[in-house]
Design a protein around this ligand. Sequence first.
Ligand SMILES: *[C@@H]1O[C@H](CO)[C@@H](O)[C@H](O)[C@H]1NC(C)=O
Ligand SMILES: *[C@@H]1O[C@H](CO)[C@@H](O)[C@H](O)[C@H]1NC(C)=O
Ligand SMILES: *[C@@H]1O[C@H](CO)[C@@H](O)[C@H](O)[C@H]1NC(C)=O
Ligand SMILES: *[C@@H]1O[C@H](CO)[C@@H](O)[C@H](O)[C@H]1NC(C)=O
Length: 356
Amino acid sequence: MLNGEKSTMYTENKKEKLRLSWLYCDCRYIAIWLLVVILLSTALGVALYFLVIAKEPYKGPPFLPTTLRPLSYNVTLRLLATYDSGRSDYDGAVTIELICLNSTDRIYIHKGDNIRIGRVSLKSVDGDAPDVDSIRHDGQTDITTIKLSDFLATNRTYLLQITSFNGQMSTDSSQPGLQLFQYRTTLGQTRFGATFATEEAGLRHVFPSFDSADFPSVFNMVIVRASTLRSITNAKRDITVKKSEDFLEDHYFATPKLVPADLAIVLCDFQYIRLQQAGLQIDVFFRPEIIANISVSADRMVQFADKRMTEMGKLDAVAVPGLKARFDKPGLSLIPEKQALEDAAAIAELLRRREG
Ligand SMILES: *[C@@H]1O[C@H](CO)[C@@H](O)[C@H](O)[C@H]1NC(C)=O
Ligand SMILES: *[C@@H]1O[C@H](CO)[C@@H](O)[C@H](O)[C@H]1NC(C)=O
Ligand SMILES: *[C@@H]1O[C@H](CO)[C@@H](O)[C@H](O)[C@H]1NC(C)=O
Ligand SMILES: *[C@@H]1O[C@H](CO)[C@@H](O)[C@H](O)[C@H]1NC(C)=O
């Protein structure tokens, strides 16, 4: 019996030892886990610090410096809002010819929050150009900073190529940029169009630009649009090229130097009445359904128009449904349709009285 007890005690001892060693093992694991957790949280803390606290929103200069001056813009806008769909997105490309007046390794340019810049590159007209290192944007000032790998040479001309960007038109007239408008035909169909005109800065919401009165420039516009619509801008149209069954590309003559706020654009399915005054061609656009019964007067159109219409070689006046205010830009006036109709009625009345 004694022997038997001894052996039981012995086995129990062994079991205890085993249990203890197991417990010992557990403690080691806990220690390792604790260490790992501490290390990971420290790493996470450091990462969060750099992501959230150290990486404050990028701040660029408060306004565009005049060390770089745009000379001309070549802009292509692909406005594919079609006849029967109110698509509000569009895309395009812009090449800006710049002269460097004081060596710098940064290009600053305006871009609205509705515009996303894709590819950007720099070329020189007469030699090498530095590469684009990085692009950062300051949402407070709408200024994008393009950091270059090297400095630009004073008095040299460069081409800043934004080979792709995309934008959103707005449907709310309090928002800047291209405005989508719509109207209903007497048959109940919805038709779409778009306008851009601004009192102050605002071109940055149409395409990346040096959007301040300090930077007058020449604009070469190309507008791609549905074949059911027409495009109108400040300059006279040069040629229209067929892009596909559904899309046409309007090429416009170069404008004289204009400040960005002078630019205006209309996309619509309207028809026009052609007038002449002192050799100047004046086209007045209305919705197709109402144009048949409209009286227009060249004198009246010219009276309010921007006087640079002679420089532009034409005047287009467009009656836009739902437009809030009248804009008279070189070569292009945008008139609220209501106002244009009141004017037409007054002219019709005047004509009737003269005849009577
Ligand atoms: C800009 O457009 C004009 C007119 O189409 C053209 O003559 C000129 O070569 C273009 N410039 C650039 C840099 O593409
Ligand atoms: C060019 O920049 C330098 C350094 O910022 C400045 O000292 C100089 O006056 C500038 N020159 C001109 C012509 O603006
Ligand atoms: C840049 O051009 C101006 C005017 O032509 C000249 O006075 C100036 O010396 C030129 N600067 C450089 C660095 O070539
Ligand atoms: C044409 O306009 C006149 C006056 O502005 C109006 O009395 C008449 O009803 C209109 N006719 C049509 C077909 O809209």
